[in-house]
Design a protein around this ligand. Structure first.
Ligand code: ADP
Ligand code: MG
Length: 248
């Protein structure tokens, strides 16, 4: 496996060891090790079907791996349901935006504020939701229906819903698919700003321009195995990584 040197001075915010997930006889994840420092920006890439979303589902608690350990901020999160992991600050956004269509944009952010936080936000959930929407540029559309939002606005709303849970680690699973170049830049800038506020971010993305711009480190999954982990340029130069992409 390709590993470039990188020292982690801080204790990891997330540490997964030997994570293995099977669906029937099919091994979707094969003994995957992954660690992340607080505030780090990691790009997780790999061909379609390589296990990226399965890994995220194991981290967030939507799936239970057959083997392996996962700890968050120093303690094991094995067996905790997704909502408890979210309360600890381990939060993901979905590949396909899933707003509640009958609720307004702001209500869509109020729902996770009410359910993902251990305590209701000071000043009330509407006030806090508006603050979040303003921070991601959706303030003027707070009382719109999600039906009337554009694709990029829906992606932002999806991130806003994740932000409502006050993440320490945010996993953005293909938050940019189908967007134009300038919209991709908008989402990257938004993620950079959130990272600047101290949120560690895992970016799962096929748009390599965005991954290279955003990531301090790149991890590559191929057929459920981690084949590379390290400096973005060094990882992308490696022939195994090239082959995995050409072979698609
Ligand atoms: N719930 C499931 N049941 C059976 N197979 C699944 C399930 N989820 C994912 N898989 C399979 O596991 C593999 C990895 O899928 P996934 O993690 O979604 O890949 P990626 O996100 O990298 O595109 C694929 O072959 C997929 O078909
Ligand atoms: Mg996926």
């Amino acid at each position: 496996m390709i590993m470039t040197s990188r020292s982690h001075a801080a204790a990891p915010i997330l540490e997964a060891k030997g994570v293995t997930k099977q669906f029937g006889g099919f091994t979707a994840l094969d003994t995957v090790d992954f660690a992340m420092a607080p505030g780090e920006r990691v790009g997780l890439i790999g061909p379609n079907g390589s296990g990226k979303s399965t890994f995220v589902n194991c981290l967030t608690g939507a799936l239970t791996p057959e083997r392996g350990t996962i700890s968050f901020e120093g303690s094991s999160i094995a067996g905790l349901p997704a909502w408890q992991r979210a309360r600890k600050g381990l939060v993901r956004s979905f590949q396909i935006p899933r707003p509640f269509k009958k609720l307004s944009v702001i209500e869509n952010v109020q729902v996770p504020l009410r359910f993902a936080l251990a305590q209701p936000p000071a000043g009330g959930s509407e006030h806090k939701a508006l603050e979040i929407l303003e921070s991601i540029g959706l303030g003027p559309k707070a009382y719109w229906s999600p039906k009337d939002l554009s694709q990029v606005e829906l992606r932002k709303l999806e991130l806003g819903r994740a932000l409502a849970a006050s993440p320490r680690l945010l996993i953005a699973d293909e938050a940019m698919a189908g967007l134009s170049d300038s919209e991709v830049d908008e989402i990257v800038e938004l993620l950079e700003r959130l990272n600047g506020e101290g949120i560690a971010i895992i970016l799962i993305e096929h748009i390599m321009r965005a991954v290279m711009r955003f990531s301090q480190r790149i991890v590559v999954l191929v057929a459920g195995k981690k084949i590379a982990d390290g400096d973005p340029h060094e990882v992308m130069r490696h022939e195994d990584v090239e082959r995995a992409y050409l072979g698609q």
